[in-house]
Design a protein around this ligand. Sequence first.
Ligand code: BTN
Length: 271
Amino acid sequence: MVELTEAFESIFKTKLAKLLRTNRFGKSIYVFNELDSTQDYANALPITKSVHGAIVIARKQNVGKGRIGRSWISPEGGLWMSIVIRPDFGADNIIFTQFIAALAVADAIQQTTNIKSRLKWPNDVLINEKKVCGILVDVNLESKDKKIVMGLGLNANIESSLINNYLTADTTKATTLKEEYGNDIDLVNLTKSIVDRIEYYYNFLISGKTLEIIELWKQNSDMFGRRAIVYDGIEKIMGEVVDIDQDGSLIMKLEDDSIKKVTYYGNVTFR
Ligand code: BTN
């Protein structure tokens, strides 16, 4: 058993390192058969020069973490990955790290399965209105050792019932790539595509091309013109989704025709 799990770790790591064409992302790769959370592991990595772009992957997580304090069901077969970034930018740009992660996942899904996924603000990737990937960004910009950890939970080769049986009524239903595509996906190839595309979009971000990121994000979303309920941390806002502002916030038109900007990364459900 020990031999088998070691084989998974080293085979995954060696194959991925061979495939990657990136300059920075994925230069350090940590693969585990099992972790409580790749996010915790990545958050605890010491801040060195070379940690920027490090990726942490687990075959399964025992205590996977979702947004807004939720847990994330992470059985074997999914892609559970955290990426460390030592940012060259300030707090204003954090939301764009979520946008580039979602864009990268959508591109990778298209490259590996030809399926067109859609994005939901702030950071979900959907197929047929169901969530296939969630993104969690942990940020520490306080100390001189700035660090962002971008966590991706992609339901790849698993049964959606494993997830949907545990969801509360107000949560978007889950789907999986295996169910949408009809076959298992090669996780190493999928990871390679995601990491390549994250580096691609990260270069937009560090060269100040946030408007281009927003434009691309909008082209990959069906939210606009739809009626939605957004929870901004204090209240539930009901209205029509109008646009994404240049700071990345969501612009809503309320029932009384007034305009409201939602900046807190709350939950969006469609009506
Ligand atoms: C969400 O709630 O939509 C975000 C889910 C993020 C889950 C991923 S899986 C890899 C990384 N490790 C974790 O514990 N969480 C993130």
